[in-house]
Write a protein that binds this ligand. Structure first.
Ligand code: SF4
Ligand code: SF4
Length: 148
């Protein structure tokens, strides 16, 4: 009998082959890329902080203005294939980073579980985030060494 099971797009397609919709679906919603990072001027080491971009909605667990994010927040960049290759600071669990390296998605990825909340224990919210404001000194909120 013919096997009609089709492997899902995230297993079969390279990042450059994804449609716009598939590209968006690949994001697990972890929010880790919306946390500020600091780079040491001397050795370039990158440090993650628990401070979320001021545009992030911590309770809602998503960007509060995703459609206008690039205009609203300086430094917020659309993740492209070139940037996935370039951004060493992307979390090790980032789905784009994993697929770029030919690695499988984790079992908790929402595309696999069917539950958009399944990434929460592995993302920003597991790190007790606080929202950026003018008073915050990022150096006071470093939580772990860079994800290189
Ligand atoms: S780190 Fe990657 S998977 Fe997580 S929210 Fe950012 S782009 Fe999406
Ligand atoms: S503007 Fe939105 S998507 Fe961009 S870093 Fe801030 S919270 Fe994240």
């Amino acid at each position: 009998m013919e096997n009609t099971t089709t492997a899902p797009f995230w297993e079969t397609k390279k990042l450059e082959e994804l449609t716009t919709q598939e590209w968006e679906l690949l994001c697990d919603g972890c929010g880790l890329c919306c946390l500020h990072r600091l780079q040491d001027e001397e050795d370039d080491e990158i440090y993650l902080t628990r401070v979320a971009c001021r545009c992030y909605n911590i309770e809602g667990r998503l960007c509060s203005d995703y459609a206008n994010r690039h205009q609203k927040v300086e430094g917020c960049m659309k993740l492209t294939l070139e940037r996935v290759k370039e951004f060493e600071w992307l979390p090790q669990t980032c789905a784009y980073r994993l697929r770029y390296r030919g690695e499988p998605l984790p079992s908790w990825h929402p595309l696999i579980t069917g539950d958009p909340r399944s990434s929460y224990p592995y993302g920003m919210h597991a790190l007790d985030p606080i929202l950026e404001n003018d008073e915050i000194d990022l150096e006071d909120h470093v939580i772990l060494e860079a994800l290189k």
